[in-house]
Design a protein around this ligand. Structure first.
Ligand code: BG6
Length: 478
């Protein structure tokens, strides 16, 4: 067999999010976000860690981008803090906040690094939370659109790749179902679906506006896709997989790609009285936007197993391992539909996430067959404990192995017909993991900081040099 190839213009990249790296949470006129407030509540995050300083990217972005250039990164995906730009969520733009992103983008472009901008990576201005409950109100749609519109206009000649929303499925599930993220609401199912509907409409408005401003630009949403496997060929388990996919995967991807909700899932939720209200105008808007997206953004970390869950079965949303103590995750499930047992064929990380490189190929093939859309892998990576040696090295061969296995599968997906434009690892530097603090590290660049602080100095890990080779050889070095 010939060696596997990536397309010549393939975008090898890495990703981050504003709250997790920037810090400077009150500087230069930045407004507060929901996360700035949420982390103040005791016990919400690992050892009460916050992004107030994060890894100080706000002040060190030149050093960070220089490291990206040294590595040869083709694209850098980062998010914009809405509250840094619009402290009140709307109205007057904060010029100092805007200058930060102008400088960051200019720095990327000076090195030939393609900026990939995420408009919303979970930090909504607190002012909008207080004004009308943030995503719970349809008012947010116009404010999000105005924010997006401003950025499209301002950066239309500089930024070609845009992501409207990061992991809508995760931030809404954690925000309104499991109470792990702001606004910290538990099992508010009806509200959860209504909130999601508002996010879909905001995304759709932005996509349509974007295509008027940048007809040749590329836009899509990033979905946290966890492909599912049926436990076995027991029809009950096969059915639970099908229902799981409709409720947990296609519920989002079908709207982005087709502009409609999966029928049987909608019917099920309508019977329960929790389905979102969808007007004819909403449907038209969603379908129109779906016809205009350029790619499906995929954040891929793990796969799921589905098993039938009897009516008196597992009802838990699952306790999450946020400490890195293996084996502390709990099984989650919805009685009468599915539960998600562990996969005996796969190893797990210290945070109990399954490691499944082939699942990435599965995800790409599923999207290719179901939606026939190009794909951007907007996140993939390994959260691990890293050790800084006395002479400032980090021998993260486990991360190299993880990434190599995933990239190999991605190359097979390309060979098998998927049109994949980019692969962004999570993350470039170490950063704050929302619920797991600073000890769960993902970067190619080690940042000397822990929950209690640190010098914030940067050190290149072994994986840094390894990925540099991968990029230089367009994947052939693996
Ligand atoms: C994704 C998010 O869910 O996964 C990132 O888009 C996040 O922001 C990443 O950091 C890894 O998750 P975690 O919980 O390990 O930080």
């Amino acid at each position: 067999m010939d060696k596997l190839q990536m397309p010549a213009n393939f975008l090898w990249g890495s990703a981050s999010a504003a709250y997790q790296i920037e810090g400077a949470y009150q500087e230069d006129g930045k407004g507060l976000s929901n996360w700035d407030e949420f982390v103040k509540l005791p016990g919400k995050t690992y050892q009460n860690s916050t992004g107030e300083v994060a890894v100080d990217h706000y002040h060190r972005f030149k050093e960070d981008v220089a490291l990206m250039a040294e590595m040869g990164l083709k694209t850098y995906r980062f998010s914009i803090s809405w509250a840094r730009l619009f402290p009140q969520g709307r109205g007057e733009v904060n010029q100092a906040g805007l200058a930060f992103y102008e400088n960051l983008i200019a720095e990327c472009l000076a090195y030939g690094i393609e900026p990939m901008v995420t408009l919303y990576h979970w930090d909504i201005p607190q002012a909008l939370e207080e004004a009308y409950g943030g995503w719970e109100s349809p008012q947010v749609i116009q404010d999000y659109l105005d924010y997006a519109h401003f950025l499209f206009q301002h950066f239309k000649d500089k930024v070609n790749y845009w992501i409207t929303i990061n992991e809508q499925n995760i931030f809404t599930t954690f925000g309104w179902m499991t109470a792990l993220h702001p606004p910290g609401k538990l099992q508010q199912e009806k509200l959860f679906y209504q909130v999601n509907h508002h996010v879909f409409l905001a995304h759709a408005q932005a996509v349509i506006a974007f295509k008027e401003i940048m007809p040749n630009g590329k836009i899509g949403a990033s979905f946290a896709y966890s492909p599912s496997y049926a436990l076995d060929c027991d029809p009950k388990n096969a059915m639970s997989k099908l229902d799981f996919d409709d409720l947990k995967n296609f519920w989002w991807m079908d709207v982005y790609a087709y502009g409609r909700y999966p029928k049987s899932a909608y019917q099920h939720l309508a019977k329960k009285g929790v389905a979102p209200v969808v007007s004819e105008a909403d449907s038209e808007l969603l379908v129109k936007a779906a016809s205009k997206i350029d790619f499906m953004g995929v954040n891929y970390y793990q796969t799921t197993v589905c098993e039938y869950n009897p009516l008196d079965g597992v009802a838990s949303t699952g306790e999450m391992n946020t400490t890195g103590k293996k084996g502390t995750n709990q099984i989650s499930g919805v009685p009468g539909i599915y539960k998600n047992p562990t996969n005996p064929y796969l190893k797990t990380t210290d945070w109990d996430w399954t490691i499944d490189p082939m699942g990435l190929r599965y995800a790409c093939k599923e999207i290719t067959s179901r939606y026939n859309l190009p794909i951007i892998i907007s996140e993939n990576g390994l959260g691990a404990f890293d050790e800084l040696t006395a002479d400032h090295h980090i021998h993260d061969d486990y991360r190299i192995d993880y990434l190599a296995q995933h990239i190999k599968e991605l190359m097979i997906a390309v060979e098998e017909g998927s049109d994949i434009w980019a692969y962004c690892t999570w993350s470039f530097t170490d950063l704050l993991s929302w619920l797991n603090g600073y000890q769960k590290r993902y970067g190619f660049v080690y940042v000397d900081r822990s929950e209690s602080g640190g010098s914030l100095d940067r050190y290149k890990k072994d994986s840094f040099y390894w990925y540099k080779e991968v990029i230089a050889s367009n994947g052939q070095s693996i």
